[in-house]
Design a protein around this ligand. Structure first.
Ligand code: KIV
Ligand code: NA
Length: 279
């Protein structure tokens, strides 16, 4: 298919066609997302938790994000790829942010970067976009700031908080973000904010009034053990954990019973050769 560019995303937005986005963290997860026709593939720092087993996203480093970006970028020939800027790689100054963004593009081989925050990161977004690097903003619930927010909490639930969200959304738009993720916000607030903007909103836990949607792939595939906590907004479209479990258990049983490997999985040797060898 024709590679998705920033222009494709703008054209979807103008046509009011929902923009589809999903996370990927390595070559196979990016491959399937690309083949399924996702418009945008995000190398989210959520990979810290879902792929690397870390407690939260603050632990993952820039060089680690870059490694994952590079493996995803090798698989995404159609989708537009975005790499998350990890905590610590952009907060100190717009210069630090631009340096990190350049590394994500040059070494990670993705097409754009994403960073979290509202009004306070506007100068940072302006600096990065001035270098010709597209920025996807991220407002509402910003998981890298979970300690300051008091956990993963829904944002914009009262007038003051909803007004702050609107102000943040306008600020990152003015700073040059090509779109923004809006996370964990009441649907009607996200819809009104979307109407007030000239760039697309990509919702996660923000209702269907956004310009597009994003989910964490491991979550929506159901690739986690039973009983794990899932945020309310996650819809489980698959049962990859169950499929993997069945396959690995079948393999285990067949190894134990010597049913596997069968003759068709085995390399032959001419009988005379073997007889001489075994003598
Ligand atoms: O890290 C991530 O996966 C994200 C998406 C949920 C937007 O930031
Ligand atoms: Na993220």
């Amino acid at each position: 298919r024709k590679p998705v560019t920033i222009n494709t995303i703008q054209s979807l937005y103008r046509k009011k066609e929902p923009i589809t986005m999903i996370t990927a963290h390595d070559f196979p997860s990016a491959h399937v997302a690309d083949h399924a026709g996702m418009d945008i593939v995000l190398v989210g720092d959520s990979l810290a938790m879902v792929a690397l087993g870390m407690d939260d996203t603050s632990e993952v480093r820039l060089d680690e994000m870059i490694l994952h970006c590079r493996s995803v970028a090798r698989a995404t020939t159609g989708a537009f790829t975005v790499g998350d800027m990890p905590m610590g790689s952009y907060e100190i100054s717009p210069e630090q942010a631009l340096e990190s963004a350049i590394r994500i593009i040059k070494e990670g081989r993705v097409k754009a970067v994403k960073l979290e925050g509202g009004k306070e990161v506007a100068p940072t977004i302006a600096k990065i976009t001035s270098a010709g690097i597209p920025v996807l903003a991220h407002v509402g619930l910003t998981p890298q700031r979970q300690n300051a927010l008091g956990g993963f909490r829904v944002q914009g639930k009262n007038v003051a908080s909803a007004l702050k969200l609107l102000e943040d959304a306008k600020a990152v738009q003015e700073a040059g973000a090509f779109a923004m993720v809006v996370e964990a916000v009441p649907a009607e607030v996200a819809a009104l904010v979307t109407q007030q903007l000239k760039v697309p909103t990509i919702g996660i836990g923000a209702g269907n009034g956004c310009s597009g949607q994003v989910l964490v792939q491991i979550d929506m595939l159901g690739n986690f053990p039973p009983g794990r906590f899932l945020p309310k907004f996650v819809k489980k479209y698959g049962n990859v954990w169950g499929e993997s479990m069945k396959a690995i258990q079948a393999y285990k049983a067949e190894v134990k019973s010597r049913e596997y490997p069968a003759p068709e999985h085995t390399y032959p040797m001419p009988k005379e050769e073997y007889e001489e060898f075994a003598r």
